[in-house]
Structure formats: C-alpha cells, structure tokens
Design a protein around this ligand. Structure first.
Ligand code: ADP
Length: 271
C-alpha cells in the first residue's frame, strides 16, 4: 500500500536529516574547540612579550618628568594602553580557563556586607572622578554565604564599574539581602539604561551596547560574560534589567550553603 511506502520514504528522509544535523553539530564542536584552543594559545603566547613591554614601559613612564612634553605624553599614552592590553589579556586567559573547564571554585563562608564594602572602597577614586555617589543600603540581616570571594568580588566590581561609568553622574545604589537559602546583591544606577534587547545580551561574550563609547573607555565586552561564568560555577543566578534613559539594575544571587542551586533571589531585580 502507498501509505507504507510514504512512511518508509519519510523515515529515510528523517534519518538523512538527523545524520546531516549531527554531522553539522560535530563540525561545529570541532570548530569551537579549535577556536577555544586558538584563544588559549594566543593569550598564553602574548603574556611573555607583554611582561617585557610592561617592565620597559614602566621605566620610561617613571622618567616622564625629565622628558619633553611630547615624549612625556607618549609615555603616558603607552602606559594607559599597556594597562588596557593587560586587562584584555587577563580576560582572555580567564575565558580560556572557563572553556577548558579548569576554572576552580575556591569557596568559603564569606560576609557579603564586608565584600561589598571592599568593592565600593576600591572604586572610590573612579566614582569621585565621575561625580557619582555610591551608597550601600544598610541591612541587619546576616549575609554570609559559601562563595569563592575572589570570583564574586570580580562580579561585583564589574557591576559597580559599569554602573558608575553609565550613571551620568547620578547616584548608584547597592542593596544586599538574604533569605534562609540565598544571598543577593543588586547594583542599581539611574543613568543611560538599556533596552530589554540589550539587557538580554549583556552577558554574551564581546557584547557591547555602544561599541564607539566603550572603545574610548577601553571596554572589551568580556567583563559581564566572565561574571556570568563565575556565577554559573556557583550554581547561582545573574540578571540584568534596564530601561532606556531610566537606568539599569544588575543582580547576583548565590546559595548560602555549599552545593545548592539558587531558585528564588532574595531581592526584586527591578521595582
Ligand atoms: P565592557 O568591558 O565593554 O564594559 P561588559 O561585559 O562589562 O563589557 O559590559 C557589556 C556591555 O553592557 C557594555 O559595553 C555596556 O554597553 C553594557 N552595560 C553594562 N552595564 C551597564 C549599565 N549599568 N548601564 C548601561 N549599559 C551597561
């Protein structure tokens, strides 16, 4: 009967499609492995010459008071660009560590209130320079969680520096809260904000909402993607929300006890 023939035919084309799809996936896997190796090899190769450049550059930079204005300006330019280069390379190395699954979690009980204070303190100079007042909302809750403080500090620093840089001189507010299971930190600014489409993509690698602007401030578009990977290592949650012209909010939530996955954040992302 015809029906059976058709079924057989359909089955064949289905098999064919499935095979071709799985070939494509294999090819893609191979390509992305190649790409990962490339990133890793290149960043490791660049480390040695960059260290030498840094050393030589610092010697020149320290002598800039003795130079003609033009040479002194060049020394300063060199200094800031080597800084930027080092930051980018550190980001690339971190990414290849994540890709090769060699990123390790070094977790211990950490007081988030102290951690947040430390991060705010470290970025005081930048905030002052851009005329941004950073406040931490006081809480009486206990906010100790089992985290890799180096990684979560990096996440928070990323949120804060981004907030300060996009705040347009308006205040930045940080809020910390805990439930029995979860601790959340939210960094909120009232500056340029972002569209929902942008908010959905900020954790993608190399994503920059405004490449022209970040080119001058030296962003790589890698910071938040590394933050997302750091939070994923914790089985935590990272979220972004914004409204154009109204500001943005970024939040990280982690489990307070080891080995648990976050289900419900301890704060609302946007209200
Ligand atoms: P970059 O190193 O370029 O800052 P990030 O990964 O930290 O990269 O951020 C990605 C992009 O998300 C930024 O280029 C910026 O356009 C956007 N972004 C991040 N934080 C904010 C914020 N608070 N307000 C507006 N845009 C932001």
């Amino acid at each position: 009967p015809r029906g059976e023939d058709e079924m057989a035919q359909l089955g064949k084309s289905f098999n064919y499609m499935a095979q071709s799809l799985s070939n494509q996936i294999a090819e893609y896997d191979e390509l992305s492995q190649l790409q990962q190796r490339f990133v890793s090899d290149v960043s490791h190769e660049l480390r040695t010459p960059l260290t030498t450049i840094r050393m030589a550059e610092e010697i020149i930079y320290d002598e800039r008071d003795t130079m003609s204005p033009l040479v002194a300006r060049s020394a300063e330019l060199l200094h800031s660009q080597v800084d930027r280069f080092e930051k980018m390379l550190a980001d690339l190395l971190e990414i290849s560590r994540h890709d090769s699954n060699t990123a390790q979690l070094d977790a211990e009980d950490t007081d988030f209130k102290e951690l947040v204070r430390k991060v705010v303190d470290a970025d005081k100079v930048l905030a002052k320079k851009l005329g941004v007042k950073v406040t931490i909302k006081p809480t009486t809750q206990r906010c100790v969680a089992h985290i890799d403080s180096r990684r979560i500090e990096r996440v928070l620093r990323n949120f804060l520096v981004n907030a300060i840089e996009h705040a347009e001189g308006k205040p930045v507010q940080i809020e910390i809260a805990s439930t029995e299971q979860v601790t959340s930190v939210r960094v909120r600014d009232f500056g340029v904000g972002m569209t929902p489409e942008t908010a959905a993509r900020v954790f993608d690698r190399f994503f920059r909402a405004d490449p022209a602007r970040t080119r001058t401030t030296g962003g790589t578009g890698l910071g938040l993607s590394i933050a997302a990977e750091d939070v994923a290592l914790h089985n935590g949650r990272i979220e972004a929300h914004g409204e154009l012209g109204q500001g943005s909010a970024f939040m990280v939530s982690v489990s307070r006890k080891p080995g648990m996955t976050v289900t419900e954040p301890a704060l609302l992302l946007w209200e």
